[in-house]
Design a protein around this ligand. Structure first.
Ligand code: AVI
Length: 317
């Protein structure tokens, strides 16, 4: 297996992290970038969220992928390369690779380099005819793909991670990957649908409190990397569906007046003040197609599960 890295150094990562955190916490509406949920503890919490009954997106998309892959196999007749953005543990790609005959290279991109390389080694052993080329990089940042990948490309972006971007960020991301995947490319993307707000509410307010722990863990991550002294227990998890914006919002609410030190700066919180930690946008199929069209992607196919809980789109450049 060849590997390729566009990784930032540990020092760069720490300074960018501190800058992002202070930028967000010095605004009148305090906020934190949701990408900082995912240290190794946060990734474990997210895996637990995916196994919860209330959190329908993961299992619904997983149950759809074998049918999607069967249909895709008749569409992708020539040799292709798959590029997955934010590939994580490489679980979903297996469901595609088991059915797709014409994939020559698989390029998983993820910021968690060690985890990515281990998962890629395992995948390479399972699919010896495939060339696995992991890239350690922040997939949200525009980056050219290696020139050694000459075939037409299928981008893969499952899990409705697109919902964690604002519509403007989503448009920017979709335009960037349209450019890096090139003409004649396609994109297979999973998108959570609009639905009964109580179903959405329960998915982000699970009865076991895993989502609450996931939300608070961002403060542990900041403590460790930025040398801050947050007490996560002094913040309450608060998540709700905002029907006007069409998104779940997650917040952390300070349960008392307190001061937190972060890299020699003091940040004050009043009792009840909130930090906005995540948005998770939900789209009707038409809304999402309109957004994709503004980034140069056209509809080729849509799959919806029976209850229309989740959608998967095949878009073409
Ligand atoms: C990764 N992302 C699509 C998840 C979501 O549903 O927006 C993150 C998450 N946040 C709370 N629960 C899950």
């Amino acid at each position: 297996m060849q590997t390729s890295q566009f990784a930032v150094t540990e020092g760069d990562f720490r300074s960018l992290f501190i800058r992002d955190v202070l930028d967000g916490l010095q605004q009148p509406q305090k906020s934190l970038p949701s990408k900082y949920f995912y240290d190794s503890q946060g990734s474990q919490y997210f895996d637990q969220i995916c196994s919860l009954n209330e959190y329908y997106p993961y299992r619904t998309e997983l149950s759809m992928l074998p049918d999607v892959a069967r249909d895709l196999n008749s569409i992708l007749q020539d040799p292709w390369e798959i590029v997955e953005f934010g590939a994580g543990s490489l679980v979903k790609i297996r469901l595609l690779l088991q059915q797709l005959d014409n994939i020559e290279h698989y390029v998983p991109i993820d910021i968690a380099g060690d985890h990515l390389r281990q998962a890629s080694d395992r995948l390479q052993q399972e699919f010896p005819q495939l060339t696995v080329l992991p890239i350690e990089a922040d997939f949200t940042q525009p980056a050219p793909l290696p020139e050694t990948l000459p075939l037409p490309k299928l981008g893969f972006f499952p899990g409705s991670t697109i919902g964690n971007f604002s519509p403007e960020q989503a448009q920017f991301f979709l335009s960037n990957i349209r450019q890096s995947l090139g003409d004649h490319s396609r994109l297979l993307i999973g998108v959570d649908t609009k639905k009964d707000p109580s179903v959405l509410h329960n998915a982000y307010n699970d009865s076991m409190g895993v989502t609450a722990a996931f939300n608070r863990n961002i403060l542990n991550h900041i403590n460790r990397i930025c040398g801050a002294d947050f007490d996560p227990q002094a913040f309450a998890h608060y998540a709700f569906y905002n029907p006007v914006a069409g998104r779940i919002e997650m917040h952390l609410i300070s349960t008392l007046a307190q001061q937190v030190s972060i890299d020699d700066q003091m940040i004050a919180f009043s009792e009840g003040e909130n930090i906005h930690t995540e948005n998770s946008y939900k789209y009707t199929p038409d809304e999402f197609l309109a957004l994709a069209a503004t980034s140069g992607w056209e509809r080729e196919r849509i799959w919806l599960d029976k209850a229309q809980m989740f959608s998967v789109f095949l878009l073409s450049a």
